[in-house]
Ligand binder design. Structure first.
Ligand SMILES: C[S@@+](CC[C@H](N)C(=O)[O-])C[C@H]1O[C@@H](n2cnc3c(N)ncnc32)[C@H](O)[C@@H]1O
Length: 256
């Protein structure tokens, strides 16, 4: 009789804790199921509305064009997909796909669809960034906003991004990063570790979920380290743009 395979001792960061890697996806799923209904409201409250400016800057840099295929991974309630559609609609149509692991986040996104859905539909699919159910060379652009720090295996998600892009396709990521502006960094710390969990408990209904979100930001690689990981996944021309002193950063790269 063969022995059962040994239990893996691989771990993954979950906030400030390390958890068995096989557990992380379920724990992250619980967080977003808990916050889904109030996610959009809480984004405005936690960032004082600034996340809207960051997402606008992100889609500005993407410069969407009609006739192309866009995949927004960890797309949640659709903030990036709606912005891409709004930019393209005036000049034509694009194929826009939102993929997210959490059905409740996607459901909130679908419920935000406007009349534009009749003429410019968005495709909403439940799926894991680490194993996308999309063919090789499917997309002209792959976007991921505030999603990649939640995946269990960063390298697997980056390699999937590379796989589903066409040669010459664009990778664009928006994520929290390292703020290196004196005074702003201390204010940001105080806001993150005191105000956000308290607001999360009062408005979002789950302080612990918001504590995870803040902690997960601090465990995510800084701008330079993340740029190196993107290069290691095979991408070229990796560029970084900081937003609000590096509180958030955008990484752009191309499949070569
Ligand atoms: C902070 S939200 C960002 C949502 C949206 N992109 C935005 O900017 O508002 C993070 C999203 O990542 C999703 N997510 C977490 N792990 C994932 C994975 N492995 N694959 C796909 N989506 C994932 C969550 O379900 C959640 O909707």
């Amino acid at each position: 009789m063969s022995e059962p395979p040994p239990a893996s001792d691989e771990t993954a960061p979950f906030g400030f804790r390390d958890v068995p890697a096989g557990e992380k996806q379920r724990l992250v799923g619980g967080i977003f199921s808990s916050v889904a209904r109030r996610y959009d409201l809480m984004n405005d409250v936690m960032s004082l509305g600034v996340h809207r400016l960051w997402k606008d800057a992100f889609v500005d840099w993407l410069a969407p064009r009609p006739g192309l295929t866009y995949v927004d991974v960890a797309g949640g309630t659709g903030d990036i997909a709606f912005r891409i559609r709004d930019r393209v609609m005036r000049r034509g149509a694009a194929a826009i796909h939102v993929v997210d692991i959490n059905a409740e986040m996607l459901q909130v996104g679908r419920s935000r669809e406007s009349e534009a859905a009749l003429t410019h539909p968005i495709t909403w699919t439940c799926g894991n960034a680490e194993r996308l159910a999309l063919p090789d060379g499917f997309a002209d652009a792959y976007t991921i906003a505030f999603g990649i720090r939640n995946v269990t295996h960063l390298a697997a998600a980056l390699s999937e991004a590379y796989r589903v892009l066409k040669p010459g396709g664009r990778f664009l990521c928006l994520e929290f990063s390292r703020c290196d502006v004196p005074v702003l960094d201390s204010l940001y710390d105080a806001w993150s570790f005191h105000a956000i969990p308290a607001l999360g408990a009062r408005i979002g209904g789950d302080g612990e979920a918001y504590r995870y979100l803040v902690e997960s930001i601090r465990r995510f690689p800084d701008q330079e380290t993340f740029a190196t990981l993107i290069g290691e996944a095979g991408f070229g021309q990796v560029r970084v743009r900081n937003l609000t002193g590096g509180i958030a950063a955008m990484h752009s790269a191309w499949k070569i």
